[in-house]
Design a protein around this ligand. Sequence first.
Ligand code: SAM
Length: 230
Amino acid sequence: MIPRLFITSGLQAGQTVNGSQAQAHYLKNVLRRAAGDAVCLFNGRDGEFAAHIADLRKAEVTFHLASQTRAQAAEPDIWLAFCLLKRDATDLVVQKATELGVSAVLPIVSGRTNVAGTNLDRLRAIATEAAEQSERLTVPALHQPQTLGALLAAWPRERTLAAAVERVAADPPGGQGGLLVGPEGGFSGGELDALHAAPFIQAVSLGPRILRAETAAIAGLALLLARSSW
Ligand code: SAM
């Protein structure tokens, strides 16, 4: 298997670029790679490149870029706003949302969210690894946690937001530019009123069963992304 790595530098055939300390550790100590071994690099802007390890030390790695193997291409532009869950469930949502192809992840704190915060650096690492594994050309943008009120106030009016609401007669998601999923305790009555009043929101159903929030996020995104072009 050729390791596929996300790096931040610009990519151009013939160049030598630096990887991170974590990538040096991963290549040397986990994958047991050495100078001369092949890698595949992408940075979210310049497509994907075939490269090889030029130099690999304990905490440093450089890559030499051969040729571009994929040009940067348009990807679906679907955003996931989800109320923060316990650590493992939040990690799962970020990983699966990245695999499924979201362009942005917006962690939300709602009235019934019972998690104080999250570690964005860890979530960024999870999203980066999922993008590497799933052969995406980008890593989704990861936003700072915000309240549900702040999300609704700032949401672009032209972007339809599918709000997953259980026990309502509504259509499945499809064609919207974003998905909103509530916390384990669901949205409060006041929050549901605010969602129904927002002109850019469509309440959507994910079926007759009550899904765990992480299941709702993954299933809703699968439905949304299956209908968007890529
Ligand atoms: N505690 C709530 C209850 O028992 O009524 C259930 C909340 S559910 C575990 C967490 C979130 O998943 C909900 O806020 C909603 O966004 C989403 N969800 C779960 N099942 C759904 C369904 N069948 N249709 C739409 N959304 C659903």
